[in-house]
Design a protein around this ligand. Structure first.
Ligand code: NAP
Length: 252
């Protein structure tokens, strides 16, 4: 695939899509700094993989992200790939969405993505190259019931992608969003447990209902998302900029 980049940041690299992405980039010879709030999860991913480096950082906290950049870049050089993947999902009917839930979604999914990427922009400009990739969601491209705060935060991420891509189009930096439907990760396990809890369906029926959102009738593998990130990092994708790439079997 020809990845010319040396150092990547993958937020939320301790599980799910972030883990698959970190391992895939590392397998191509990229040094990958992963971050999250749980050191045990990060250490498990980094264990035995000399190209993966774990740092505790909270993407909602500007100072924590600054410390992450300082430590990781001092050790391994500037980031030339940033994958803003950390996120969380919560559901509630719109009329019962509390301000707290709303602010949590915005803080992690949207402000966290902004804080993750902002410190990379000027150094990438100076270096004259880079890849910025947001893991948004199909919820960044369409509305769905009971997840208004999540949908709004992910639409915000797609907006941020488009704005940054327009601003950086004269450079060799590309900015894109990957927008998956349901992916087999711990986040999906929590979604299924929540459906079981709220509807009384069994887990198998809940999984089947979730899979139905995807016209292909399946749940996506984290590796499919990681492979899309990899492709965006290759030279062959240098003209792909400002795109929100749906990975959901034709759902939109
Ligand atoms: P996951 O396994 O729950 O991963 C989420 C990761 O984000 C965790 O490693 C978590 O680590 C990290 N994180 C959460 N809050 C954080 C914070 N404040 N600071 C730093 N890290 C934080 O779920 P996933 O499915 O892989 O999710 C990854 C991304 O894909 C999310 O943005 C999600 O919205 C998106 N997505 C998922 C699906 C799906 O169906 N699974 C579909 C579309 C899009 P800590 O808990 O250790 O902080």
């Amino acid at each position: 695939m020809g990845i010319a980049f040396k150092h990547a940041l993958v937020t939320g690299g301790g599980s799910g899509i972030g883990k698959a992405t970190a391992e895939t980039l590392a397998a191509q010879g990229v040094d990958v700094t992963i971050c999250g709030r749980r050191i045990d999860a990060l250490d498990t991913v980094a264990a035995g993989n000399p190209r993966i480096h774990a740092h505790v950082a909270d993407v909602t906290d500007e100072a924590s992200v600054a410390q992450l950049y300082d430590a990781a870049q001092a050790a391994r050089g500037p980031f030339d790939i940033v994958v803003a993947n950390a996120g969380m999902a919560a559901s509630a009917p719109a009329g019962r969405t509390t301000l707290d839930l709303w602010q949590q979604m915005m803080s992690v999914n949207l402000t966290g993505a902004f804080l993750t990427v902002r410190p990379a922009v000027d150094p990438m400009r100076k270096a004259g190259r880079g890849r910025i990739i947001f893991i948004a969601s199909i919820a960044g491209l369409k509305g769905s019931p009971y997840i208004s705060a999540y949908v709004a935060s992910k639409h915000g991420v797609v907006g941020l992608t488009r704005a940054l891509a327009a601003e950086l189009a004269q450079t060799e930096i590309t900015v894109n969003a990957v927008c998956p439907g349901y992916v087999e990760t711990p986040m999906l396990e929590r979604t299924i447990a929540n459906i079981v809890d709220k509807t009384g369906r069994d887990a198998e029926a809940a999984r089947a209902a979730v899979a139905k959102d995807n016209p292909q009738g399946r749940i996506i593998a984290p590796q499919e998302v990681a492979d899309t990130v990899m492709w965006l990092c290759g030279e062959g994708a240098r003209s792909v900029n400002g795109q929100a790439i749906a990975l959901s079997g034709g759902e939109v």
